[in-house]
Design a protein around this ligand. Structure first.
Ligand code: NDP
Ligand code: MG
Length: 392
């Protein structure tokens, strides 16, 4: 039976890797819909190649050029929020949720409300609205399959035992491009330098988060919601080779680890598989060629974003949504030259401090979480530097 797939964030790094996985199994999958932000050419090219039924752009002003780019193809299209929802609601077995940032929350939640199987790459959805999101998934029967490499490895490792026997879980971090840099050099880093990730090729926002280690902090919060563990049951170790992605520590002292070459096609294939694994033409993991693994503790003094994310996780309630909204504002400002790299943890810390009085507030619904996100963004914008600097 062919399996129908819809990709949210099709033109991005995860979207393109998903397309590569599908291309290796043309008889097994069919593409229902593709969604992206504003990239008309990228979306139209992919729609032709994957023979999608329907495509949607979030940017409503791109309706006409999109229609022109698809003329004669028989592929239906739309632009704007209602077209995105139409894409989500078309019949498909699996939705790959790979829009970057909180912009992915509403479409992913719409898929979840339909009870779809969701390959979840968009970690910001869980960070912003984790409790409500997971509650709605349980209510509608939507299966959430973790696509983030660490969580995918953890989910696979978990299958070797009973969830109640888990003591802790460890997520590995590559350490990012600034792993060996001193504090002053990190604070002055440029957007171009954040793009040089040592082991993965990714979108601009996650590149910055990986360089600041905010990505690992967001992933701790993601793991908390996906696996139902307390904050003190989750830790991070820096592993620059990015071969071990996650470790489950069991009550008998055994540890099950998930290993793979750092290639997102591998966790994506794992999420798209049904009962049997997909055959993938990827290089075999060659431990002798790698030679050795190294590990170090993360340095929260040089990478304060990890400390701030841990604090937000420990505070619970709406604090992760505040942290995430402030981080998105600061990262956007950094990428457009309106803030320095060192401003990112400062803006996040000041924004979280501004919300300290509301620490007990837990958004009851995804809509409440999105309202808190908007409020956090408004406050965070006020903490951005007044003077702009040139982007490099
Ligand atoms: P990219 O920046 O490469 O791609 C983002 C995608 O989202 C693009 O297709 C973009 O469209 C689309 N998009 C942006 N805004 C909107 C919007 N408002 N509505 C609809 N579509 C939108 O990001 P990545 O692929 O790197 O990351 C995607 C998600 O996956 C993130 O949450 C990230 O944390 C997570 N992830 C990524 C990993 C990776 O290796 N890249 C690994 C693990 C998790 P357009 O091109 O038109 O702008
Ligand atoms: Mg990851």
């Amino acid at each position: 039976m062919t399996h129908r797939i819809t990709i949210l964030g099709a033109t991005g790094s995860i979207g393109k890797s998903t397309a590569e996985v599908l291309a290796q199994h043309p008889d097994r999958f069919r593409v229902t819909a593709l969604v992206s932000g504003s990239d008309v050419r990228g979306l139209a090219e992919m729609a032709h190649r994957l023979e999608a039924e329907f495509v949607a752009l979030a940017d409503a002003s791109k309706q006409k050029p999109l229609r022109e780019a698809l003329a004669g193809s028989g592929i239906a299209s739309g632009a704007g929020p209602s077209a995105v929802i139409e894409a989500v609601e078309r019949e498909a077995e699996t939705i790959v949720a790979a829009i970057s940032g909180v912009a992915g929350l509403a479409p992913t939640h719409a898929a979840l409300k339909k009870g779809r199987r969701i390959g979840l790459a968009n970690k910001e959805s869980l960070v912003c609205a984790g409790a409500a999101f997971m509650r709605d998934a349980a209510r509608t029967g939507a299966a959430i399959l973790p696509m983030d490499s660490e969580h995918n490895a953890l989910a696979q490792a978990l299958a070797s035992g009973h969830p109640d026997d888990v003591v802790t879980m460890t997520l590995t971090a590559s350490g990012g491009p600034f792993r060996t840099w001193d504090e002053a050099r990190i604070a002055a880093a440029t957007p171009a330098q954040t793009a040089k990730h040592p082991t993965y090729s990714m979108g601009a926002k996650i590149n910055v988060d990986s360089a600041s280690l905010m990505n690992k902090g967001l992933e701790l919060i993601e793991a908390h919601h996906l696996f139902g563990l307390r904050p003190d049951q989750l830790d991070v170790v820096v592993h620059p080779q990015s071969i071990i992605h996650g470790l489950v520590h069991w009550r008998d002292g055994a540890v099950t680890a998930g290993l793979a070459n750092p290639d997102m096609k591998i966790p994506i294939a794992n999420c798209l598989a049904a009962e049997r694994r997909l055959t993938m033409s990827v290089p075999r993991l060659d431990l002798a060629a790698i030679g050795g693994f190294t590990f170090e503790a993360p340095d929260e003094a040089r990478f304060p974003c990890l400390r701030l994310a841990r604090a937000a996780l420990a505070a619970g309630g709406g604090m992760p949504a505040v942290l995430n909204g402030a981080n998105e504002v600061a990262v956007e400002a950094f990428l457009s030259g309106r803030a320095g790299f060192g401003d990112i943890p400062r803006v996040v810390e000041e924004t979280c401090a501004a919300f300290a009085g509301q620490a007990g507030y837990e958004p009851a619904t995804v809509e409440d979480a999105l309202a808190l996100d908007r409020e956090a963004r408004r406050i965070a914008a006020g903490f951005l530097p007044a003077v702009s600097r040139p982007a490099v």
